[in-house]
Design a protein around this ligand. Structure first.
Ligand code: PHB
Length: 425
C-alpha cells in the first residue's frame, strides 16, 4: 500500500518515465512491452513495492499480466499459453464475480531475465494487475519472483518447470509440472524395459539439469548405467556433434530434455541424419520432445518414442474433449494442436476464476494464496491438486508412446503413475 508521501512521489516520478502504450487486450497482437530502441534494463525500474493499494485498482475489471516469449525462437511457448487462456475464456466467458477479465500481454522475446523483470514491474506499478501469469521459460519466472513478493501479487506459472521456482516467492503457484516430476518415472520405466546403458542429453539450464539429475537417480537406483551426460546450450544448440558423440558411445538409449518447440525438431533431424536410429539407439524423453504441437512437424521419425509426461491431447476424458473443443473454437485452425502449455494456462485460468469467485472480485494476495493452496480439479490432463506445501501440482504422470491414431501421430498413454509430487523438493 502506498501511504508514505515520499513513496508516492517516487512512484509518480517512476510512472512519469514509463513510455509504453496502452494495455493489449487478449485478442490483440502481443506488444513487446518496450519502445523500439530500449535496451533491457536501461531505464529506471519501477519498484514493485510502489504498487498502489487495492483502492487504486480497477473496480470493474480483473487484470492479468501475461508475461512470456511471443517473438523470437521461443515464440511458440507464449502463443500456446495465450491459446490456453483464450480457450478458457471462450468456454467460461470473460466475466467473473461481475468483473471483466482483462489480459495484458507482454513479450519477453525469450529467456531474458532483465526484460521479464521490467515488464512485471511495469505491470504491477503502472497497470496495477491483480495477477502476474504466463512464464514459459525458467529465467523469466526466476527474474519475476522477487517482484511478486515485493508487490504481493499472486504469480501463476503456466509452464516454467525448474523445481526450485516455487521456493523463490510465497506468491507463486505453478499449474504446469516440474522436470523431476516427469523425468523420475522415466528412470524407473527404462530399467524395467530392457534399457541398461543410457547417454543423457539436456539443455544446459535449470529444467535440463533437473531432468538429468532426476532421471539419473531412479535409473541408477534400478541398476542402469549412465555412460555420459551431455549438456547443450539453451540458445542456438548445434546438435550434430553431440549426437555423433552419442553414436560413438553406443548406449541402448539416449534420454533427452530440450525445451518443447523448435529444438525438438532439430534434435530429431540430427538424430536421424547421423544414423542413430539405424544403429539401434532408442530415444527416451520427457514429453517435451514429442510435444503434441510439434509432433506433426517431426513426423514419422517420432514413431515409437516413449516419453513420460502429464498431458497428451490423446487423453480420453470428457474434460479433455471440452478443452480441445474450446481450444479449436477460440483459436481456429491456424493455432495447430494444443499442448501441455495451453492446458497449464487453461487450468491456471480456472484457478484465477475460483479465487475471484471466492474473493467476490477483490484481490488480497494472502487470501488468494490460501484459496490456491487448496485448489483441486479434474483437468484435461486428469486430476490435479495444488500441494499446499510446495505450491506445485500433485498429478498423474503417464508413460506414452508415439503411435498413429486414425492416421495422425499421437502420444498414446500406456500406463500411469498416480499422484506424483515434485520429487525435486
Ligand atoms: C522452462 O524453461 O522451464 C521450460 C521450457 C520449455 C519446456 C519445459 C520447461 O518444454
Amino acid at each position: 500500500m502506498l501511504c508514505h508521501p515520499a513513496a508516492i512521489r517516487a512512484a509518480l516520478a517512476t510512472l512519469a518515465t514509463l513510455t509504453l502504450g496502452g494495455a493489449a487486450a487478449c485478442d490483440k497482437k502481443p506488444e513487446v512491452g518496450a519502445k523500439v530502441g530500449d535496451k533491457p534494463g536501461d531505464k529506471p525500474a519501477a519498484s514493485a513495492g510502489d504498487k498502489a493499494g487495492d483502492e487504486a485498482k480497477s473496480s470493474t475489471t480483473i487484470k492479468i499480466g501475461l508475461i512470456a516469449a511471443f517473438s523470437g525462437r521461443f515464440a511458440d511457448i507464449g502463443k500456446q499459453i495465450q491459446y490456453g487462456v483464450k480457450a478458457y475464456l471462450k468456454e467460461h466467458g470473460d466475466t467473473v464475480a461481475g468483473k471483466k477479465i482483462e489480459i495484458l500481454v507482454r513479450d519477453t522475446t525469450g529467456p531474458v531475465p532483465e526484460i521479464a523483470k521490467r515488464l512485471a514491474q511495469e505491470l504491477v506499478v503502472r497497470d496495477k494487475v491483480d495477477f502476474l501469469a504466463g512464464f514459459g521459460l525458467t529465467p523469466e519466472a526466476l527474474a519475476v519472483a522477487p517482484v511478486a513478493t515485493e508487490a504481493k501479487t499472486p504469480m501463476i506459472i503456466m509452464n516454467a518447470a525448474t523445481s526450485i521456482i516455487t521456493t523463490k516467492s510465497p506468491y507463486i503457484v505453478r499449474f504446469s509440472m516440474t522436470l523431476p516430476q516427469v523425468a523420475s518415472p522415466m528412470g524407473d520405466w527404462a530399467t524395467k524395459n530392457g534399457i541398461h546403458k543410457v547417454s543423457t542429453l539436456v539443455a544446459d539450464y535449470g529444467p535440463g539439469i533437473d531432468a538429468e539429475a532426476a532421471f539419473k537417480k531412479t535409473f541408477t537406483a534400478g541398476g542402469g548405467e549412465i555412460v555420459e551426460s551431455i549438456r547443450v546450450p539453451l540458445k542456438n544448440p548445434e546438435f550434430s556433434s553431440f549426437i555423433q558423440r552419442i553414436k560413438d558411445a553406443k548406449p541402448d538409449a539416449v534420454f533427452v530434455f530440450v525445451p518443447a518447440g523448435e529444438q525438438c525438431i532439430s534434435f530429431m533431424k540430427s538424430f536421424h541424419e547421423r544414423g542413430l536410429a539405424d544403429a539401434g539407439i532408442k530415444i527416451i524423453a520427457t514429453g517435451d520432445l514429442t510435444d503434441d504441437h510439434v509432433l506433426p512437424t517431426i513426423g514419422d521419425p517420432a514413431l515409437g518414442i516413449v516419453t513420460t509426461f502429464h498431458y497428451s491431447i490423446a487423453h480420453d476424458s470428457p474434460e479433455n474433449k471440452a478443452f480441445l473443443k474450446a481450444y479449436a473454437d477460440a483459436n481456429g485452425p491456424e493455432a495447430g494442436q494444443a499442448n501441455f502449455m495451453s492446458v497449464a494456462a487453461y487450468d491456471g485460468m480456472a484457478a484465477i476464476f475460483e479465487v475471484e469467485r471466492q474473493l467476490n472480485g477483490t484481490m488480497d494476495a494472502d487470501k488468494a494464496l490460501a484459496i490456491l493452496k487448496g485448489f483441486s480439479i479434474t483437468s484435461p490432463r486428469g486430476p490435479i491438486k495444488v500441494d499446499p506445501e510446495t505450491r506445485d501440482l500433485i498429478q498423474t504422470v503417464y508413460v506414452r508412446r508415439v503411435d498413429k491414431v486414425n492416421g495422425e501421430l499421437r502420444n498414446v498413454e500406456l500406463s500411469q503413475f498416480a499422484d506424483v509430487k515434485d520429487p525435486g523438493k
